[in-house]
Design a protein around this ligand. Structure first.
Ligand SMILES: C[S@@+](CC[C@H](N)C(=O)[O-])C[C@H]1O[C@@H](n2cnc3c(N)ncnc32)[C@H](O)[C@@H]1O
Length: 280
């Protein structure tokens, strides 16, 4: 059952570094326009979990509202997937992406694959096991105001070798490349791989049924925000985004509609931020 909102229009406004119990679509309109630098969240999608019979997510209003709240150059990352019914995918991810770009004003920076290794999901006899979700990364304006890939580096396969050869041109011809040493490290590509969401062994976080890995939230925060920025999670569940933001000296704002999940998030803030316990 959806709990009574505690965040009224007058109390929910310009506060930072807090988690609010309420409906994101009621709380967000009370927040100051152009104040959010980065939003990282995962919405419930396609009825995969039961959030009550009256629950329904108006993703179009959410896209417009988040756009209004975001600063020029700000980024919004949505971790989302598609349910399957009668052998067909729901297309939810694609609907969100097209609507947010064509109507709400967002631009799509990238659609990364979040590979969830070890995911116990459906091993069906007649279809593939689904072991990925998407990370839709939207931005507002001309380009992201912050992009720091230093925490996303991985070892280069050909480190220590010298690269020489040719590049193929669009007209089919070849261009010779000057010999160049391959760097030891390179930025990861669009495949982002994580073990299942709670390899950190966090018992409090485990009380929520649908979390994403701490490291996934942290990777996005390190890349697309700076210390002092405001990081928002409008559906914060167990508080993963808020915990990671606070630990990296970002301001945070979390919103959660379900009272038990809200309490988990509050506990995590206490256990992991106030007491500075790091689980990865
Ligand atoms: C997939 S979970 C998010 C988990 C989170 N990323 C984590 O790692 O803990 C989605 C959350 O959205 C919350 N939710 C659903 N509708 C909401 C709404 N309208 N406003 C705020 N929260 C909502 C659900 O209660 C649920 O906890």
């Amino acid at each position: 059952m959806i709990p009574e909102l505690r965040a009224s229009a007058s109390t929910a406004c310009a506060v930072r570094n807090t988690i609010i119990l309420g409906d994101a679509l009621a709380v967000l309109p009370t927040a100051p326009r152009q104040s959010v630098h980065l939003t990282v969240f995962s919405p419930p999608y396609d009825g995969i979990r039961d959030y009550g019979k009256d629950w329904r997510l108006d993703y179009q209003s959410l896209g417009s509202e988040l756009f209004e709240l975001t600063v020029d150059g700000g980024v919004c990352a949505v971790v989302i997937g598609d349910g399957t019914k009668n052998f067909a995918k729901s297309m939810t991810t694609f609907r969100w992406a097209v609507d947010w770009v064509d109507r709400a004003g967002w631009r799509l920076f990238e659609c990364c694959i979040y590979a969830r290794h070890g995911n116990p999901g459906a091993w069906w006899a007649q279809r593939f096991r689904v072991d990925h979700e998407f990370i839709l990364i939207f931005f507002k304006g001309d380009r992201p105001r912050q992009f720091d890939k230093s925490s996303l580096m991985v070892p280069s396969k050909h480190a220590g070798k010298v690269y020489s050869g040719t590049d193929r041109l669009t007209n089919g011809g070849f261009k010779k490349i000057e010999p160049k040493a391959v760097n030891d490290m390179k930025c990861r590509g669009t495949l982002w791989e994580y073990a299942t969401s709670n390899t950190e062994g966090n018992r409090t976080k485990l009380e929520h049924p649908a979390t994403y890995p701490d490291k996934l939230a942290d990777d996005l925060i390190q890349c697309f925000s700076k210390p002092g920025d405001l990081v928002l999670d409008p559906m914060c569940g167990s508080g993963t985004t808020c915990v990671m933001a606070a630990r990296s000296k970002r301001d945070y704002l979390g919103i959660e509609i379900n009272e038990s999940y809200y309490e988990i998030a509050q506990r995590r803030m206490k256990e992991e931020v106030e007491n500075d316990v790091r689980l990865f």
